[in-house]
Design a protein around this ligand. Structure first.
Ligand code: SF4
Length: 253
């Protein structure tokens, strides 16, 4: 789910953190494919030194997705690493990190997400989720266990299928965002954008709709190519300043 935040490829991410991917998480209660792990980040969970765990599975097909290898929710037995090693990782990081981020894919497509979140809490970590809100019912179930959410909004909700290629995906995303706003849990909305598919008028329309929903923190994310390089051409500075004036917290990354 990360792009800019957002879609860092855990195998070759542009921040230079390289991690062998594909952990298979298993124990009595949890049987879950993990697509990758970034052991240290200062930018994915505001105010926390964190690691990122990538969960496989996404049924949307965003045109700019940098993690297509995480869209498939298939197990990779050759790369399987037992849950014990994941727990070893968590216990080794106690006192060094204070947060764990679940990203994807979209972690909401992992039925065991709540169980995994609670497991990570039991190690004493705060837990953040990166999601596009693909399954509102599951989001409602997991939300009370979260400490922070990075919520991806693709475009105005009416136009979602032009990005995700999935009909009615905007309905799910808007419902999830409304749940998040009501929950009182700290969050940021982030939009990965490029003028060619999200012209400034439409981005402004989106920003105004977010303000109406009482979104306070917004991040505008530049699109990266598969090599992790920023795609050239972006919005002009006066327009970005206009966006900035709408939100209490505003970031370009
Ligand atoms: S929602 Fe799915 S397809 Fe879209 S960018 Fe995120 S992982 Fe990729």
């Amino acid at each position: 789910m990360r792009n800019g935040n957002s879609s860092v490829n855990p195998l070759r991410n542009p921040r230079g953190v390289v991690v062998k991917a594909a952990l298979l998480v298993k124990n009595r209660d949890i049987d879950l494919c993990v697509g990758g792990l970034v052991p240290f980040t200062t930018i994915d969970f505001p105010g926390h030194l964190a690691a990122v765990i990538f969960l496989r599975g996404c049924s949307w097909k965003c045109l700019y997705c940098q993690n297509p290898h995480l869209q498939q929710n298939t197990k990779v037995p050759d790369d399987a690493i037992p849950w014990k090693l994941v727990e070893d990782f968590l216990s080794q990081r106690q006192g060094k990190l204070d947060g764990i981020v679940f990203s994807g894919g979209d972690p909401l497509l992992t039925p065991q997400l709540k169980a995994v979140v609670e497991r990570v809490h039991s190690f004493g970590f705060f837990v953040a989720l990166h999601t596009g809100g693909i399954l509102p019912e599951h989001f409602a179930e997991v939300l009370p266990s979260l400490d922070w959410v990075g919520f991806d909004v693709k475009t105005i909700f009416e136009d979602y299928s032009t990005v995700t290629q999935i009909p009615d995906s905007g309905l799910a995303a808007e419902q999830s965002l409304d749940l998040l706003v009501k929950s009182g849990i700290p969050f940021e909305v982030r939009t990965s954008a490029h003028p060619s598919f999200l012209p400034s008028e439409k981005l402004l329309q989106l920003a105004n709709s977010l303000v109406k929903k009482e979104v306070n923190a917004f991040a505008l994310q530049r699109i990266r190519d598969m090599q992790g390089e920023y795609v050239p051409e972006f919005y002009d500075i006066p327009f970005i300043q206009k966006l900035q004036s709408l939100f209490k917290e505003f970031t370009v990354r």
